[in-house]
Design a protein around this ligand. Structure first.
Ligand code: 3H9
Length: 677
């Protein structure tokens, strides 16, 4: 096998080049090649300096994640980085694209770094539940200071070249299109300079205030995760001990994280997210339909949020409402949102102006005739949706994609109201649609493969994580929400409180529990609106106007700032309903029972969805729950959690104990279901 690393001589400078698509990950072959190339340059008396650069779209994007968990082969990355740093001849990293993780560490091992203006440097290992394990946590604070090292290591956020230059991470910004030539020229300039600047030989200044402030500022974000604190501990260590001790500590921490379930979960998500983009029976090279203008029907919260995705990506949007007032309100909200983003410095005023200029409000559906994709985002009524789609059928140009943002309804039935069901698809955005990353793409029985492929590709363009779902009530996410809600309500009847149930969910790592979620979304959503018809606790709350946060009363009481507190009235309502419905004695419900009865059934539902072919793969189900509902990333999604944390035996045993009908596929995976039950 030919090595992905080759060397080219430019008189006295040896250029070491990696060609390992797609992202020059530091695989065993790349690592071996790098060590050999440095040895070659060191041994050749005519060489005075070396440059390391990469072919393709990026400098090394990190260790090869596919090798994790497998027996180590070839020189380990820390050895490679140390070999580069130990070279007696200066080595210059020439960076373009994204120097990430191990790639950034290779650059830090080099004596000098030059980069094109568009390059970024980062240590995103924390997002994989890890830390930079090739000396990164020790070299970064030595070069860039504690504050920047913390920011890079513990949040994983990358730093653009200019900022990196200001922090001393980059020695020179070079021409965008002349990286190699400029790096060689730079190498010649510094070839004779001694001593060589080796990061490991520098000291790192302690900054306890910066550390304390950083911990405080990120406490909420880091809740439940192990890796951020390990990153912080390593960076702090760099300020307290000599380099050799620091790397020893770094290695210990790295191995602890690498063998833990959190990192396994986060690495699972990395690949799951990329896998989700692939449609099993649609070739990757399917010809896509061009999407130059999008139409959105409905200027409410969803319609406005959906529009922003496209406007932000530079795709013009025509938005339709029935009343001028609603249209003006909807457009006003979008403008306000953009202005708020600009006020925070995350958008330039001219970008706001450009987005708004590409936004065309109208009262007439006929103005959607030139749109390539039309997304209907009106309220959940099959009749209304069918009427709209029938009209779109007469208005829209041939080949236009007709999408519905329905969260539950049957896409096939909607499609049947047109003469072109092959062009109809579901695009289920999550609220707030301009923020939430998930997009469920619902494939109808007749949806054409190129329609599906176009929508999946478009999702990436608007920075969504898209998952293909089949037609089933609630698709993947909401369908799995239903058994959770049913059980949570039953548990109230048996003696648990909304606070206890929510607390268990929050402790598990969810952003909120089922009742906090009900209060946020609106207790009245889907309510039959008849205050005399009280069939469950939710009806009883709705009948009293306890519609949730918007009414400052729901399952909780709220103050003006929307801070919740347990509600004595809700406790009474539950009691009244219990008495009326003849429920048995109240009992203590354990936290473990809440987990078994609200979370296990979600996994069961996920398994049924898979058995029915309504999701392509278990990891897609995980992606839906992580990006759509805030399932804790470090638990990898419900299906990963079931397999790796709970175990199928325990899961099936628990489900059977509580009388659930268990999915066949789960039973098959449990080794001894009868014994456990
Ligand atoms: C690390 O470095 C640990 C060290 O500190 C310690 C060592 C001791 N490995 O994202 P894309 C694949 S941890 C293997 O769609 P983009 C990816 O799966 C690592 N494969 O492209 C996909 O494959 P496929 C720290 C990788 O242009 C294809 O490349 N580094 C890796 O949207 C294209 O990826 C990171 O965490 C990898 N490291 O984005 C960086 N990276 O086509 C992770 C990518 O079969 N990578 N692949 O689905 C990224 O953030 C993005 O891939 C990147 C490009 C920004 C580079």
């Amino acid at each position: 096998m030919t090595s992905p690393i080759r060397t080219e001589r430019h008189d006295d400078v040896l250029v070491v080049i990696s060609d390992s698509p797609p992202v020059n990950a530091l695989s065993a072959a790349v690592r071996e090649g790098l060590v050999a190339a440095i040895a070659e340059g060191s041994a050749d008396a005519s060489i005075t300096a070396m440059v390391i650069r990469c072919d393709g779209k990026t400098f090394f994007a990190g260790a090869d994640i596919t090798e994790f968990g497998k027996p180590p082969v070839g020189p380990m990355l820390p050895v490679v980085v140390d070999a580069i740093e130990a070279s007696d001849k200066p080595v210059v990293a020439a960076i373009h694209g994204t120097a990430l993780g191990g790639g950034c560490e290779v650059a830090l091992g080099c004596h000098y770094r030059v980069a094109v203006p568009s390059a970024v440097l980062g240590t995103p290992e924390v997002k994989l539940g890890l830390l930079p394990g090739a000396g990164g946590t020790q070299r970064l604070p030595r070069i860039a200071g504690v504050a920047m090292a913390l920011e890079m290591c513990a949040t994983g956020n990358p730093v653009p070249a200019k900022k990196a230059e200001a922090a001393g991470l980059i020695d020179r910004i070079v021409g965008e299109t002349s990286l190699e030539a400029d790096a060689i020229a730079f190498a010649r300039e510094i070839a004779g300079k001694r001593p060589l600047p080796r990061a490991s030989e520098r000291g790192a200044k302690a900054d306890p205030d910066a550390v304390a402030a950083f911990r405080k500022a990120n406490a909420r974000k880091f809740r439940g995760f192990e890796a951020p604190e390990a990153n912080i501990a390593c960076v702090v260590k760099a300020t307290e001990t000599p380099y050799a001790e620091g790397v020893h500590f770094e290695r210990e921490q790295f191995m602890r994280l690498m063998t833990g379930v959190q990192s396994a979960a986060q690495r699972h998500l990395f690949f799951a997210e990329r896998q989700a983009a692939k449609i099993n029976d649609v070739p990757a090279d399917t010809q896509l339909r061009p999407i130059k203008r999008v139409g959105v029907i409905g200027a409410g919260t969803m319609g406005g949020g959906i529009s922003m995705n496209f406007l932000s990506a530079g795709i013009p949007v025509t938005i339709v409402e029935m009343q001028q007032e609603a249209l003006d309100r909807g457009v006003g909200v979008v403008r306000k949102n953009y202005e708020a983003t600009a006020a925070k410095g995350r958008m330039k005023p001219e970008q706001v102006a450009a987005a708004m200029a590409a936004f065309t409000p109208t009262l007439g559906l006929e103005n959607l005739a030139d749109c390539d994709l039309i997304i209907e985002a009106v309220y959940e009524s099959m009749d209304v949706k069918k009427e709209i789609f029938a009209k779109l059928d007469t208005i829209c140009k041939p080949g236009a994609i007709l999408a519905s943002n329905t969260s539950y309804l049957d896409i096939d039935e909607i499609a049947a109201s047109t003469s072109r069901p092959q062009d109809v698809v579901g695009m289920h955005f999550f609220s707030p649609a301009n923020v939430m990353k998930l997009l469920e793409v619902v494939r109808g029985a007749k949806t054409a493969p190129d329609v599906l492929a176009t929508v999946m590709a478009l999702a990436k363009k608007i920075k969504k994580v898209a998952v293909v779902a089949g037609v089933t009530y609630g698709f993947i996410g909401n369908r799995m929400l239903m058994p959770r809600q049913v059980e949570a309500n039953k548990l109230l009847m048996e003696g648990a409180t909304p606070e206890q149930i929510d607390k268990v969910h929050v402790a598990f790592g969810m952003p909120m529990g089922p009742f906090q979620m009900a209060d946020l979304a609106g207790v009245d959503i889907g309510w039959h609106r008849d205050p005399t018809r009280i069939e469950n606790i939710r009806d009883a709350l709705a009948a009293e106007g306890r519609w949730g946060q918007k009414k400052q009363a729901g399952f909780y009481d709220y103050d003006e700032k929307r801070n919740p507190s347990p509600s004595p009235r809700v406790a009474e309502i539950i009691e009244e309903f219990r008495a009326k419905s003849g429920a048995g004695e109240k009992r203590e419900v354990s936290d473990q029972e809440i987990v078994e009865r609200t979370l296990y059934p979600m996994v069961n539902e996920g398994a049924l969805i898979l058995e029915e072919g309504k999701a392509q793969r278990a990891s897609d189900v995980d992606v839906v729950w992580i990006y759509g509902y805030g399932w804790p990333v470090y638990r990898g999604g419900p299906m990963f959690w079931a397999e790796h944390e709970v175990g199928y035996d325990k899961l099936v045993g628990g489900l059977e104990k509580h009388g659930f009908e268990v999915a066949k596929s789960l039973k098959a995976k449990a080794k001894t279901p009868e014994a456990v039950a």
